[in-house]
Each structure stands twice: as C-alpha cells, then as structure tokens.
Design a protein around this ligand. Structure first.
Ligand SMILES: O=C(CO)COP(=O)(O)O
Length: 254
C-alpha cells in the first residue's frame, strides 16, 4: 500500500522565532484535526532541523525532512551538510533534486544519483523532485524529459532501495507562480511516471510508489488534485508557510 504524504517545503524562509511559532501552530492543528492516515513531513531550513526533531515526537503523525544533502559523507565542503549528519539528529526524509537546486546550484541527474545513494545508505528517505520547464511543456517531449530524470538518478537502485524513495512531480512553470497544473495534467504525468517505474521494477513496486504533486498547490485546489488516482499527496511550498492553509491541505488528503 502506498503512503499518503503531505510535505511542507519551507525553502529559505522564517527566522528562528517565526519558525518555532509556525511549527507549534502546525503541530497543534495536526494533533487536533488530522485523524486520517496521512503522513505530514516538515522540511524547514537545515539550521532548524535539530530543534524541530526535539520538538516533534518520533513516530507520530509528523516527520521531519531536510531540503538537501551533499553527495559526500564528510570533507572539505564549506557550508554543506551531509547525509550522516542529518541522519545523526534523527531526521526521516531529505528532499533531493528540487528544481531550484538544479537551476541555481547546477545539480545534475548524475550528481543526484550520488545524493540518492548516500541518503539511502544513511537511512534517509529521499523525496526526489522532477519536472519540466514551461518551454519544454509547450514545445518539447516533456514526458520523456521527466522520465529521463528518474531513469538517470534512480533506476540504478535495487527494487528494495527504490521502495524507500518518494517521487515529487513539480512542473517548474507551476512553482511559486500561482499557475497550478490542472488535476488532469497532474494525473497524466503521474500515470506516465508510474508506468515508467513499472517498466523498470514491475507493477507491484510501481503501485506502491508514492508520487506527490508540487507547484502552487493550496487549500483551494488540493482536494481536486488529491482526488486523482495517481496523485498520492503534495509537496507544498508557499501554502506550507501558513498553518491554517497547510492544515487544510493535509485535511484534503486524509
Ligand atoms: O517548490 C515547491 C515545493 O517544493 C512548490 O512551491 P509552491 O507551492 O510555492 O509553488
């Protein structure tokens, strides 16, 4: 059975005080209002991971995720954080290959394959992001492009390892733009990606893979997106920075 997940990617937002306030609001609302079997993953800036881990009980409805890790375990990489460090403070997930990291930090599919490996080797579950640009959506083989991202960064994994990966389809043209993919566009791509996973790992693994949608998802469009058979949840940016709205998105998934 695949998991339903709603993850909040806070990106580079919130001071310490603001982060603590938002965290406590989200924790209270989730505890009071969420009764279903949806897993909530909070991905704050890395500087707050340790405090979040201490505040959020292990094994509850809320898990903690990092937004990135380096592909090496340790060494002279000033400013970076490693998968063993993230694991050592009890974090559960790590977002890898977000389009902002691909765009601004030049991350490649091959490098992401290494990041996926070191995350899995250290017991972290990757939330692997993929998605096409607007230009590709309008003029190119955008489905092939997204399938290639998955092939090149994930298909070297054994089926056993792949089972720990969550996929997040985030069309770049929908991120932070207010332009959500329609529920039909999201479903079409998620269906294609599940077929692609089946071609490598078989139907059982493909059916068990959690595929999240991300890109201007909010309390207004979440229910329709999550009603699609291949959309298992969301990776939420802007709307995860407001406790009431984020909780409403989670409610739409439970
Ligand atoms: O990039 C995203 C989540 O990782 C989506 O961001 P928005 O929800 O702000 O469009």
């Amino acid at each position: 059975m695949r998991k339903k997940i709603v993850a909040g990617n806070w990106k580079m937002n919130k001071t310490s005080e603001e982060a603590q306030a938002l965290l406590s609001e989200v924790v209270n609302m989730v505890n009071d209002e969420i009764t279903g079997d949806v897993e909530v993953v909070l991905c704050p800036p890395s500087i707050y991971l340790s405090a979040f881990r201490q505040y959020v009980p292990v094994g509850g409805k809320i898990s903690i995720g990092a937004q990135n890790c380096h592909e090496k375990a340790s060494g002279a990489y000033t400013g970076e954080i490693s998968a063993p460090m993230i694991q050592s403070i009890g974090v559960d997930y790590v977002i890898l290959g977000h389009s902002e990291r691909r765009q601004y930090f030049g991350e490649t599919n091959a490098q992401l394959a290494e990041k996926v490996n070191i995350a899995l080797d250290n017991g972290l579950k990757p939330i692997f992001c993929c998605g096409e640009s607007r230009d590709l959506r309008e003029n190119g083989d955008y489905i092939g492009f997204v399938k290639d991202q998955i092939t090149e960064s994930l298909f070297h994994l054994s089926a056993e390892s792949f089972a720990n990966v969550v996929i997040a389809y985030e069309p770049i043209w929908a991120i932070g733009t207010g332009l959500t993919a329609s529920s039909a566009q999201a479903q079409d791509m998620h269906f294609e990606l599940r077929q692609h996973i089946a071609s490598q790992y078989g139907d059982v693994v493909a059916q068990d893979t959690t595929i999240l949608y991300g890109g201007s998802a909010n309390e207004k469009n979440a229910a329709e997106l999550f009603a699609q058979p291949d959309v298992d949840g969301g990776l939420i940016g802007g709307a995860s920075l407001k406790s009431r709205e984020f909780t409403n998105v989670i409610k739409a998934r439970q």
